[in-house]
Ligand binder design. Sequence first.
Ligand code: G16
Length: 550
Amino acid sequence: MTIRVIETTAFDDQKPGTSGLRKKVARFALPHYLENYVQSVFTVVGDCHGKTLVLGGDGRFYNDVAIQVILKMAAAAGFARVLVGQNGILSTPAASAVIREHKADGGIILSASHNPGGPKGDFGIKYNLSNGGPANETFTDAIFQVSKKITQYAIEDCPDLNIAQIGEQTLDKTVIEVIDPVADYAALLKSLFDFESIKTLFARPDFKMRYDALNAVTGPYAKRILEGMLGAPEGTVVNATPLADFGGRHPDPNPVYAADLIRALSTPALGLSFGAASDGDGDRNMVVGRNLFISPSDSLAVIVANARLIPAYEKGLAGVARSMPTSRAVDRVAEALGISCYETPTGWKFFGNLLDAGKATICGEESSGTGGNHVREKDGLWAVLCWLSILAKTGKHAETLVREHWARFGRNVYSRHDYEGIDREAGQTLMARLREIAPTLAGKCFTLPSSHTMVIDKADDFTYHDPVDGSVSEHQGIRVFLKDGSRIVFRLSGTGTVGATLRVYLERYTDNPAHYEEPVQTTLKPLIDLADQVAHIREITGRQAPDVIS
Ligand code: G16
């Protein structure tokens, strides 16, 4: 076998975002673009000889091409072994499980998560460390530095490998092991939950579930685990075949892109009592009760409040963590349980240290991510099995559990408004202006169109001090706290690929039961108006309304 060393020129846009490098497929398909990035990753990994790499992706368009390139480059870099998912498939949480189970040194996951796929869609690549979690900022910054100066990369000169059959083959001195993408992950989940108890739930005549895999990677996982191991009736999992373009859909499990599921749970004739969906790479989840979308922040709080009903957590939780923009519903639960609640910046990578250090057992994010210390990624199916366990043990329906939760803890009414693909400069101007005025906002009183007045308690630009390694992450979002306990957060997304996406997170706490059933946008109207007054959203972005409200 010959290793070819190819001369190349650096690209200046290979800075990893919230979750790895995400670009349009056309960008990744430029000559040397993918190779430059992969070589930069391997350079930061260091001497790859004797090391084991895990490789797989969500099966989106370009997954098959990239897998072959990376296998050949991994062999040229000298990896001793590469564990690759059959046909190049591994969901993000499954990749994390495989890295940990096989004590691999790291893993490459090909995915642009919830972003659309296909030739005109997005592609992405992320590197995970030996703990199974996304590379930290020190590592991703180093990749970017290398990528700006790269002049050559090495790749085996050989035909494509057959990765359709499970088993081992060698490429030069590297063992390429094609693995079952589901097996390790399914075994891990079985060790955490009481599968017998969940089976009784599926046998109940008053319980009927629909799981929408949105034509993405979780289909085979959900089929095998829910329908195969847990006895859910065939047909429970819909849109279960992963498609390269996700069937033209946006594989993001939220009320907008999974509207079919929300509608189905509001259609009595279908007899459904519980719904769930997952995203492109299987780390996000959405759960729905009858006529009730359960916000990710509430879902996290309910799981934490009932965690003792799940075998893996029956002795209690060491602590919990949420990303800063996530609602503070879980903080109330943590307080009642007498455990710590950590607030981190957006990005699952920030939970890694807390999980490794045993400070947090369960973590969650408003962006449909929830996960435990079994892997180092958020885990869609795990969250769904948490819910199924709780439903099985309590004998209650999901909407009842949520309403009982509000009755006990009050409700953190919550919504996120996204202004997608706005002009990049406009987004940066808006944030820079907010950063500048934040220190002057305390005590300011705003009169809203409804004549309602609101007084700002304080505002800041969130800085995170990692309690484990002491690292500091600045400029993680503008927080505006109101005197009445409400909060507005502004930040720019780190996962978009076109222009900039402004996210506005709105949260209002109430313990007045009269508000619990009010439409969320009605309860939040004063905050929505205030957000525009403070940030001049319409004026600066030219947009009259958000593109996505979740
Ligand atoms: C990624 C990260 C999450 C983050 C989300 C949203 O999710 O892993 O931790 O919350 O992006 O990020 P942003 O608001 O910057 O777009 P995923 O599912 O896209 O990998």
